[in-house]
Every structure is written in structure tokens, then in C-alpha cells.
Unconditional design. Structure first.
Length: 624
């Protein structure tokens, strides 16, 4: 009876310890998988907004171009729909083909449509869209996404049209964003659904109601767009019963997340739902858990047998008990080695630490840094955090407040901010997403999941957003987002601004066509880029105007750089066009002035260069 009473608690303790170990491993791996997948849905929404902003800027430039045509303005004021259509049909077809433009409107001041270039026979209806109302209210260019009754989610760019200071109407250009959604869904490995509230279409026209019957109805939502089959759990996902968790569908496991879906007026229309296949990750996790369970059963059996023997010997004498205890210590040492082996089965880097001392690390960490064992690592470093790269894009020790350690700081951060960059043994940079699970005695199990490939994809997307699509130069969005860093890096009074403009560029378009004009812009940008230094910035300001930001000591040095650019352009052969020239205005950025004020000075100098005969440089400081 004595042995039974002692062995029963031992059996329960072993079972609970094994259960806690298995649950902890499952929790850490599952949390790591969810963290990496959840970050992708946030990236999707952010990249979609960036893409919409970029496309709106491009469409706005085309509207600016259209509104410079005086003949077209006269035809619009005369209400000559046929002539306007003849003038714009070719441009609309090119925009439709090249950048997926699907809508082009010419709208009178009272909101009635004079011409739909994309639908010639439909006119004289009144535009009631929020983007148009906002443009009419502010008399400025307005862009936004609006979900129409035809179930198309469209980017609309509307700008007032003024001639000689008088408002004559509005031009609207738009494009449906299905292709954008498809592109980012494929790039990030997402399956995407757009669910729209059924109430949105309560007062829709008959032809829209007829179209709706072809769409899937899930509870109170229509699935207006999807890149994959619709699962039976979609109703629970939309009503909130299933949110940020895994579901099974068609013999695969999917991680589900969703974000609100709104239009330009901030009205909530429904949700964007993301499905990300996690079958491979789960299979790997289940395999490691099976191996862990087998090992725990073996170890628990050993402990139980040893405990049983210990109890039997305790009934004999103290000497026998001492011998058994010594034997048990040796067995415990071997058991800890086996536990370390279980720890080493994990492919992700996993450590046990309180933020000050590294208590345990798996083989993946040692292989990553190129150390034989943990003792060898601790001879060189006290903590893995000492290997974090100090880059403001990622978390590092410089972001830890006084009085805290790095684990405490990370534990208070959101998952998307728990990202670090670390050099491996070959000095290559890897990016990791970190998940933490409190273990005991203020110690944490910290898992590092390598997301380097995902971050590289994100960097490529950012590269697309910050560069001009045609010329490859930086765009105005890059300038808006980066100018403060550039000024801080170069310092005021050393930042030179050069405004470049191609002389008689309109003649190139009129004589050789816009396609050749685009080629000239690309060749011009390449010529300027070759004539400046790697650390200088070439930015497309708009149309044929470019800005160059350089670091110089004096205005005379800036003149030399500008002259080098002018000469390089003059000496370059441009196919078909042969020769072009450029006029340049230059100035130095002064402390306490805005970058826009400085650019305005360079633009004034450029205007003087144009007025004085072109193909020359004018310095703003010399004009004063």
C-alpha cells in the first residue's frame, strides 16, 4: 500500500509534465505559424493602399495632360461630344491596354455627363458619387476607391477643369482593381475573398439584382470576389464566430484572417477575407509532436521504473537509499540529455531565457552561429540579443528602454514589431519573426522563425512603389517620405537642388508620337543617372521635369555638376529624335526653409533658363 500511494503521485506528475511539454511545443509552433501568416494580411492591406496611391498619382498626371489641350477645352465648352470622343478614343484605348484604365468621363459643372469615352452612347445622367462630390466641394483633385452598384470596386480620380480661371467642368479617370487584388494575392500566397453586405444592394436597379443572383450569398453577405472556392465555414467567418484561426477545407488547413472593407466615404461595406494554406507547416508540426510524444513516453517509463525501484529500496535501509539516489542522479543527467535532443528536433531557433541569461538553446541556433555547443557560444556572447543588427527597420537593443531587458520589451510589442535581423556564421543577413511564451520563473521560451524570403518580397514591392514606372527614377512619393532623412543626412546649406526640363519635349510627342516620347524620357533619365554619383538622387517631378538632389560644398560646385548633366544630355544620341537639350535651374537648400520652397527657387531659375533661349543653366542665387 505504501508503494502504491507513492507511485500514483509519481505517475500523475510524469503525465502532467509530459502533457505540459507537448502543449508548450504545440503552442509555440502554432503561434509562430499564425504570427507569420497574420503579418502577411496586414502587408496585403498596406501594399494595396500604396498601390492605389501610386496609380492615383499616375492617373492624375494623365488628367493634367488632357486639360492642357486648348482645342479639347473649346470642344468641351461647345458641348461637342463627337469631336471630344474622336480626340480621346485613341488615348483611352492606350491607357486601357497599358495601365488597365476602364473609365473616362467628361462631366459638366452641374454634374451631368457629357461623354463617357468608354461608353459613348450613355450620357446626360447625373454623377452622384462621393469622389465627384468631394472634388466639386474642394475644387481640387480627389481620388478614392468606390464600390458601385454594378459590383465593381473602382479607383476614381476626379479633377476640376479650369480655363483662364473659369471652371468649365470635370474630368474623371478610373480603373477597376481586380487585377491589383489578383497580383498581390498571388505574390503573397493568399486566397482572397471580398464579402459585401446584402443591405448595400437593397435599392439596386433590376439589372443589378439579376447579376447578384449569380454571386454566392452567405448569410447577410454576397461574395463579390474570390480567388478560390468558397468554404462552408464562410458564414461563421463573416459573423465573427471564426476569426484569426485555422479551418479545414478540401483536405487542407487554412489560416483565416480578415480586415474591414470600406469605400471612399469611409462607409463599411463588408470584409476582405484571407485564406493562407498552412498544411505543410501543420504536417511538420504534427510530425515533430509525434516524435516528442514517443520520447516522452520512453523517458516517463524510465522515470516511473526508477521511482518504483527507489521506493522498494527505501523500505530496506539508508545505505541502499543513498545508493539508489546516486544512481537516480546519473539517470537524470542522461534524461536531460534526451530532453535536449527533443529540443533539437525543432527547425526554428528556440532558446530559454529570462532576458539576461541564456539557459538553453537548440542545435538550430548553434548551427546558425557556427558554435559547437552552448558553452562555446557563452564564451563569446552572454545573449543572442547581442547579435541583433542595429537597423531602424527592425527591433534591436537600442530600442530597449532603461530598466528593461530585451525580452520584457518584446513581450509588450505587437507581433508585427517583433522582427529582428541577425548575421549568421557566414555574415549573411537573416530576418526573423519572434514569438514568446512564458515558461516559469520569469523565463520565456523564445522562438525565431526565419521570414527572410517574405521580407525580400516586401522590399521588392516597396521598390516598385517608390520608383517611377517609366523611367526607373525615384518618384514624388519617395521624395515626400524620404526628404527629411535626406536633409538630415546631407545637412542644410550642403544640399543642392537641380531642376531639369527637356527642351521642346512637346515637339517630340507631336512629331514622333507618345511612345517615342516615353523612350526619350527613359533615355534622358538613364543619361542623367550616369552623369551623377551613386549617392545622388534622381527624382521624376512630373512629365519631362526631373529633380536631382546632390551634396555639395558651394554653389559653384553645384554649377559644375549641372553643367556636366547638360553636356551629357546634349552629347547623347536619341533614337529617331537624334538630339535633344535640357535647361536647368539650380539652388542650395537653406536652413529653416521647406523643400517645396527650395524647389520653387530652382523652378524659377529653370524658367529663366527657358526664357533666355534654353540649353543652359541658371543659378537662383545669381538672379537675386
Amino acid at each position: 500500500m505504501f508503494r502504491l500511494h507513492l507511485n500514483f503521485p509519481l505517475l500523475i506528475a510524469l503525465f502532467l509534465a509530459s502533457l505540459v511539454t507537448v502543449i508548450s511545443v504545440i503552442y509555440v509552433q502554432e503561434n509562430t505559424i499564425h504570427t507569420s501568416k497574420e503579418n502577411i494580411s496586414y502587408q496585403y492591406a498596406r501594399f494595396l493602399n500604396q498601390k492605389v496611391k501610386y496609380d492615383a498619382d499616375v492617373l492624375g498626371e494623365y488628367i493634367n495632360f488632357i486639360q492642357t489641350d486648348n482645342d479639347l477645352a473649346a470642344q468641351f465648352q461647345e458641348g461637342n461630344k463627337k469631336e471630344i470622343f474622336a480626340s480621346m478614343e485613341g488615348l483611352y484605348k492606350r491607357l486601357n491596354r497599358d495601365i488597365d484604365v476602364t473609365h473616362m468621363y467628361f462631366i459638366r459643372t452641374d454634374g451631368t455627363v457629357l461623354l463617357r469615352v468608354h461608353d459613348y452612347n450613355r450620357d446626360n445622367d447625373v454623377i452622384e458619387r462621393e469622389t465627384f462630390k468631394k472634388a466639386k466641394e474642394t475644387q481640387k483633385l480627389v481620388h478614392g476607391l468606390e464600390f458601385g452598384l454594378k459590383m465593381n470596386y473602382t479607383l476614381r480620380v476626379v479633377k476640376p477643369w479650369y480655363v483662364n480661371g473659369k471652371l468649365i467642368g470635370y474630368i474623371e479617370v478610373g480603373k477597376e482593381i481586380d487585377k491589383i487584388i489578383d497580383e498581390y494575392a498571388h505574390l503573397l500566397g493568399n486566397n482572397v475573398y471580398i464579402a459585401i453586405k446584402k443591405d448595400i444592394y437593397r435599392d439596386a436597379p433590376d439589372f443589378v439584382q439579376s447579376n447578384l443572383k449569380r454571386n454566392c450569398l452567405v448569410d447577410d453577405y454576397y461574395i463579390a470576389y474570390n480567388t478560390f472556392a468558397i468554404p462552408p465555414q464562410m458564414g461563421s467567418i463573416l459573423n465573427g464566430s471564426i476569426e484569426h484561426q485555422d479551418i479545414s477545407f478540401q483536405n487542407h488547413e487554412y489560416y483565416v484572417s480578415k480586415i474591414d472593407f470600406s469605400d471612399f466615404s469611409k462607409k463599411k461595406l463588408g470584409y476582405i477575407v484571407f485564406f493562407q494554406d498552412v498544411s505543410i507547416e501543420h504536417n511538420a508540426m504534427y510530425s515533430s509532436v509525434k516524435a516528442l510524444i514517443i520520447m516522452l513516453i520512453l523517458i516517463s517509463s524510465i522515470f516511473f521504473i526508477l521511482g518504483y525501484k527507489l521506493i522498494r529500496r527505501k523500505e530496506k535501509n539508508i545505505n541502499a537509499l543513498t545508493s539508489v539516489l546516486n544512481e537516480q542522479k546519473e539517470e537524470l543527467f542522461h534524461a536531460s540529455q534526451k530532453l535536449q535532443k527533443l529540443f533539437d528536433l525543432q527547425k526554428n531557433i528556440i532558446i530559454l531565457t529570462d532576458g539576461k541569461k541564456l539557459n538553453m538553446a537548440n542545435q538550430s541556433m548553434l548551427d546558425f552561429f557556427g558554435f559547437e555547443d552552448l558553452g562555446h557560444f557563452l564564451q563569446h556572447y552572454n545573449c543572442i540579443c547581442e547579435r541583433f543588427i542595429e537597423d531602424d527597420t527592425f527591433f534591436h537593443l537600442g530600442k530597449v528602454p532603461n530598466g528593461e531587458n530585451w525580452v520584457e520589451t518584446l513581450n509588450h510589442l505587437s507581433p508585427e514589431n517583433r522582427i529582428v535581423a541577425i548575421y549568421d556564421k557566414d555574415n549573411k543577413t537573416h530576418v526573423f519573426s519572434i514569438s514568446l511564451n512564458e515558461f516559469e520563473d520569469e523565463r520565456f521560451v523564445v522562438a525565431f522563425a526565419d521570414i527572410s524570403n517574405t521580407m525580400r518580397d516586401q522590399i521588392k514591392l516597396i521598390q516598385k512603389v517608390t520608383h517611377d514606372k517609366l523611367t526607373g527614377a525615384f518618384n514624388r512619393e519617395f521624395l515626400d517620405n524620404s526628404i527629411h532623412d535626406i536633409i538630415r543626412e546631407i545637412e542644410p546649406n550642403h544640399l543642392g537642388v537641380i531642376m531639369c526640363d527637356i527642351d521642346y519635349f512637346k515637339r517630340v510627342n507631336d512629331t514622333f508620337g507618345h511612345n517615342r516620347g516615353d523612350e526619350v524620357l527613359k533615355e534622358f533619365a538613364a543619361t542623367v543617372q550616369k552623369s551623377i554619383r551613386n549617392e545622388d538622387y534622381l527624382i521624376r517631378w512630373g512629365g519631362e521635369e526631373f529633380i536631382v538632389l546632390v551634396k555639395v560644398d558651394t554653389i559653384e560646385s553645384l554649377q559644375i555638376i549641372a553643367e556636366h548633366i547638360r553636356t551629357a544630355v546634349q552629347n547623347t544620341y536619341f533614337e529617331e529624335v537624334e538630339k535633344i537639350t535640357a535647361s536647368l535651374g539650380v539652388t542650395l537648400f537653406q536652413e529653416n526653409e521647406t523643400i517645396l520652397a527650395c524647389i520653387a527657387k530652382a523652378d524659377k531659375a529653370l524658367y529663366t533658363a527657358k526664357a533666355n533661349g534654353r540649353n543652359q543653366i541658371q543659378v537662383y542665387e545669381f538672379l537675386e
